[in-house]
Design a protein around this ligand. Structure first.
Ligand SMILES: [Ca+2]
Length: 209
């Protein structure tokens, strides 16, 4: 009898714990989408890697080197072999990333094509803007369109660190509205890499110029 009572009592306790667990799970499910850490990118992680990429068009191959949309978030800007450029000869184009989920981002880094003004007497680089969105409908401009004049990473490429107040982001769009590349260039809208994360987004050795 004692064992039976114990079993019955244990059953009640287990049932109560299960009910409590379900109640807690239900509550946490309600609050998870609004919690302060929801979608926080892992510190220092470039969440652009692996994102789906859409492009306006892709330029032609030249001497065996081919631009590709996947080149802008393949995790390297170490050589100009992994990049995207818009339609051949065009001075405009766009590229859009769809992240695997919505993150609270505060930094986007862009490596873009650059022409030395001492060689090409022009503005030097791409005239581009960057916008972000959580739903691809409402967009926030985090970089107004202007020419890229920041630090030169290597001959032909410039790096820009774009920082902003934390924003819920799933979509990132780089919109190139003009290019200083001469008209004879096949690739006038090249983007070598786009990175996204928090303020701790690391600068990889290949970019530490
Ligand atoms: Ca790349």
């Amino acid at each position: 009898m004692s064992d039976a009572r114990t079993s019955a009592g244990l059953g009640l306790v287990v049932g109560g714990v299960l009910a409590l667990a379900l109640l807690i799970q239900g509550c946490s499910g309600d609050t998870a989408t609004t919690g302060p850490t929801q979608g926080q990118p892992p510190a220092g992680r470039n969440v652009a890697i692996g994102a789906a990429v859409s492009v306006s068009a892709t330029g032609s191959c030249y001497l065996g080197t081919c631009p590709a949309g996947s080149g802008i978030n393949d995790g390297t800007a170490a050589s100009p072999g992994t990049f995207w450029s818009g339609a051949s000869g065009s001075s405009t184009g766009w590229v859009e990333l769809k992240l695997d989920q919505t993150y609270q981002l505060s930094m986007i880094r862009v490596f873009s094509q650059y022409w030395d003004p001492t060689v090409y007497p022009s503005e030097g680089g791409l005239d581009y803007g960057v916008s972000v969105s959580a739903d691809s409908n409402a967009w926030t401009v985090v970089r107004a369109a202007s020419y890229a004049l920041n630090k030169i990473v290597t001959a032909g490429w410039a790096r820009e660190d774009i920082t902003f107040a934390p924003e819920a982001v799933r979509y990132i769009k780089v919109d190139i509205v003009n290019s200083s590349g001469v008209a004879s260039h096949i690739w006038r809208t090249g983007v070598l890499e786009v990175e996204a994360g928090d303020a701790n987004l690391p600068l990889y050795p290949w970019a530490a110029y």
